[in-house]
Design a protein around this ligand. Structure first.
Ligand SMILES: *Cc1c(COP(=O)(O)O)cnc(C)c1O
Length: 345
């Protein structure tokens, strides 16, 4: 096999969902936008549905339609971007539930799909998606007349437990929704960890399911092994790769692995990341190129068949730190060339 192997531990994914579920007294949904954070929404969602998840969240209607084919008619599928111009047929055809974000979306929805279920997203200070308070005051009466399934909002700083924004948004959310008699959802992964005040009736974890920060107790879900294409000896003073970015300071053995920035292995990893052969670290040397990466295996003493970039020795967040980004970006960047393997029976 000449492409990298991305192995997805569906048992670990399921265990993470159960662990997050056990932290609350309410229902736990699952966010599978961006193709299940890069791991493949159909396989991820099917396993979580088996585990008991009944409500799934995606970013856009197109993702919802793909998910519906994978999950069959039973589970509820919610669309964060709401009801956008031209979404009507997709929402109706795949029985997707838009999370309406504005008076304009509410009007469009009630007009083009009367009687079709919806939820409402409220902006509590993040200023990204959802009804502003003034618009909600104006439209709440009409919306409530049509029985929204959920009132939701999203926390901007939940991965920083001590950030004042958390209690501020909680307070605003309560003021916008208390006493309306509609089920509520505020928290993603970070909010679950903030405690029961933040849980309401439904949580919407994403990154924690996939083993990422801020759910630091999560089981790792992904493993990425890149096959070695060839190995060569370098004399002291020889150079490696584009721009001659690395020079051997001793006689060295260099492995070239299959994978590069076209596979989401960010170019910012150049000269900084570490691969592993079992527990043995092997430094990435030179620049990450489109399809290939060079690794110093001098101290390994053997030519490996593959080298591991994500695995027991280095998780998604550790690799993200090396690239100066977050686990979310590492996961959702994982390209389409990998052979995706999982442990579903
Ligand atoms: C992405 C997203 C989530 C999931 O967030 P995580 O931090 O990955 O748990 C939940 N709700 C909304 C509105 C989102 O956009």
């Amino acid at each position: 096999m000449s492409t990298g192997a991305l192995t997805i531990d569906l048992d670990a994914l399921a265990a993470n969902w159960r662990a997050l579920d056990s932290m609350t007294a309410c229902e736990t949904g699952a966010v599978v936008k961006a193709d299940g954070y890069g791991l493949g929404a159909p396989r991820v969602a099917r396993r979580l549905a088996q585990e008991g998840a009944r409500r799934f969240f995606v970013a856009v209607a197109e993702e919802g339609a793909v998910l519906r084919r994978a999950l069959g008619p039973e589970p509820e599928i919610y669309v964060f971007s709401g009801h956008m111009e031209g979404d009507g047929r997709k929402l109706a055809g795949a029985a997707l539930i838009p999370m309406l974000n504005s008076i304009e979306q509410l009007a469009r929805h009630l007009e083009s799909l009367p009687g079709h279920a919806f939820g409402i997203q409220l902006d509590t200070g993040m200023n990204r998606l959802g009804f502003e308070w003034a618009d909600w005051s104006e439209a709440a009466g009409i919306a409530l007349d049509h029985d929204p399934l959920w009132l939701t909002s999203h926390l901007a700083c939940a991965d920083e437990p001590d950030h004042g924004m958390n209690s501020y948004q909680l307070d605003i959310f309560r003021q916008m929704t208390d006493g309306l008699g509609v089920p509520r959802s505020l928290s993603a992964t970070g909010g679950i960890l903030l405690g029961p005040d933040y849980h309401f009736d439904l949580t919407r974890p994403g990154i924690g399911l996939y083993g990422g920060h801020p759910f630091d107790a999560a089981q790792p879900v992904v493993r990425l092994d890149l096959p070695v294409v060839q190995c060569r000896n370098l004399m002291e003073g020889e150079v490696v790769g584009y721009g001659n970015a690395w020079q051997a300071e001793r006689p060295s053995r260099i492995a070239t692995v299959s994978g590069g920035y076209a596979d989401g292995l960010l170019r910012a990893l150049s000269g900084r990341a570490t691969f592993y052969h079992g527990d043995t670290p092997c430094p990435l040397v030179g620049r990450v190129s489109m399809d290939l990466i060079t690794v110093d295996i001098t101290d390994l003493g053997t030519d490996p068949d593959f080298l591991t970039l994500l695995g027991p020795a280095q998780g998604v967040d550790a690799l993200a730190r090396v690239a100066g980004t977050i686990g979310y970006e590492v996961l959702t960047s994982l390209g389409s060339r990998y052979t995706r393997l999982d442990n579903s029976g």
